[in-house]
Design a protein around this ligand. Structure first.
Ligand SMILES: [Fe+2]
Length: 191
């Protein structure tokens, strides 16, 4: 299977993006990430590598996490559209969630942090990948602001929705390892 077919199979939510250029950009960002990092099998890449293995959560996968975040973010966005008539760009929400953790392919190698992961940290490589793929700066902003690792707060409602959907989804995974989520150490609360 070619790289693009693999990406399309991993993320059926790509079909929800109406703008052809945006959909192509998401696939391009993942394709470059796969090509630059030894073309791992996308469906077997772990969620947060070394971090999750120390919690005994080695079975959690990146693709599943991203699809969870997409569903959660779309649910929040659709609630605001239907209940408050808000003007939210669903294409941006879906595209942004699908690339928010694309940097993981360069940051982790199985259960090890890579040199890129330790020297650049999360999620700066994803800003490079989305920019290289020609995705709009609003999508690059979603990548940059989705995690508390950076000090860039979401400037748009779409970015805020992705950040909150990601945090809740990451905590849903952590709840398998913690009875009380307040016990998660502060440095480990990234997603
Ligand atoms: Fe995430």
């Amino acid at each position: 299977m070619g790289v693009r077919a693999e990406i399309n199979e991993a993320f059926p939510e790509l079909a929800e993006i109406e703008d052809d250029q945006l959909r192509r950009g998401v696939v391009d960002a993942w394709a470059v990430a796969l090509e630059e990092n030894g073309e791992p099998t996308l469906s077997s890449v772990s969620w947060l590598g070394p971090y999750q293995s120390k919690l005994g959560l080695s079975d959690e996968l990146l693709v599943d996490h991203i699809r969870d975040v997409t569903a959660a973010a779309v649910g929040i966005a659709e609630a605001f559209v239907s209940r408050r008539g808000m003007d939210i760009d669903l294409d941006t929400v879906v595209a942004g969630t699908l690339v928010h953790d694309v940097s993981q392919l360069g940051e982790c190698d199985g259960e090890q942090w890579t040199r890129l992961g330790t020297l650049l940290g999360h999620p700066y490589y994803g800003v490079y990948l989305t920019r290289t793929a020609g995705l709009p700066v609003e999508i690059q902003h979603i990548v940059l602001s989705h995690t508390d690792v950076t000090d860039v707060e979401p400037a748009t409602l779409e970015a805020d929705i992705v950040k909150r959907a990601d945090a809740a989804t990451a905590n849903a995974i952590r709840s398998r390892a913690y009875d009380d989520l307040r016990e998660v150490p502060a440095p480990d609360r990234f997603s």
